[in-house]
Write a protein that binds this ligand. Structure first.
Ligand code: TMP
Length: 216
């Protein structure tokens, strides 16, 4: 595979929309096709990311929370490291990288919903990501009340965001849909209010149509 760059796919959406399930299903399909791939996530794809995860997701005392722009900078720091140490090296080896959340999450959460300056966050994302934009971004979409119920079933210990009220999750959903609308060449909205196999099929079909990969 020397010289052939892998594809970079990000999976975005609110809590409980099925991102990690779909990341893993696609990874298995690629394995069956002998296509080298790796899965990773943000925050948490690097050592520093695991610390960022701890600070940002488990600080529940409101008086200790950072401002939205400070949060965006911390997620950006994690992303910069993740790109340098994990994502780019894998792509250069020809691997597909399947990433559970990426820069659109910062724009949705810290920008559109938590009130950070959207233009500043777009500029930060551009600086951090550089030329390594995802080839495709799957925006997994389902009504907030359903995704929240799934998230609560799954988590033994809920994060700061999981504990937010339904209105917060509805705003997150709307933010991701707006981002998808603004980036139609990169983002594909996938309705995940369907059996997981059907959702996986739509993702495969999109990879076939957009990237020319055969899943037979
Ligand atoms: P998750 O692993 O369950 O997706 O949790 C990650 C949480 O971090 C989720 O609530 C969204 C949040 N987050 C941000 O607020 N901004 C970001 O840039 C990223 C990557 C995640």
């Amino acid at each position: 595979m020397e010289g052939v760059r892998g594809y970079f796919l990000s999976f975005e959406g609110g809590e409980g929309t099925g991102k990690s399930t779909q990341v893993n299903l696609l990874r298995h399909r690629l394995e069956e096709l002998d296509i080298a791939s790796m899965t990773t996530r943000e925050p948490g794809g690097t050592e520093i990311g695991r610390h960022v995860r701890e600070i940002l997701l488990h600080t529940k005392d409101e008086s200790m929370r950072l401002s939205p722009m400070s949060e965006a900078l911390l997620f950006g720091l994690d992303r910069f490291e993740h790109l340098q140490k994990v994502i780019r090296p894998a792509l250069e080896k020809g691997k597909w990288v399947l990433c559970d959340r990426f820069a659109d999450s910062t724009l949705a959460y810290q920008g559109y919903v938590l009130g950070g300056d959207v233009r500043d966050i777009e500029a930060l994302n551009a600086l951090v990501v550089g030329k390594t934009q995802p080839d495709l971004t799957f925006v997994l979409d389902i009504a907030a009340e359903k995704s929240l119920a799934r998230a609560h079933e799954r988590h033994e210990e809920s994060s700061y965001y999981d504990d937010k009220m339904i209105e917060f999750h509805e705003k997150i959903r709307a933010a991701f849909l707006a981002i998808a609308k603004d980036n139609p060449e990169r983002c594909i909205v996938i309705d995940t209010d369907a059996p997981v196999e059907k959702v996986a099929m739509r993702i495969e079909t999109t990879c076939r149509e957009r990237l020319g990969v055969e899943f037979s």
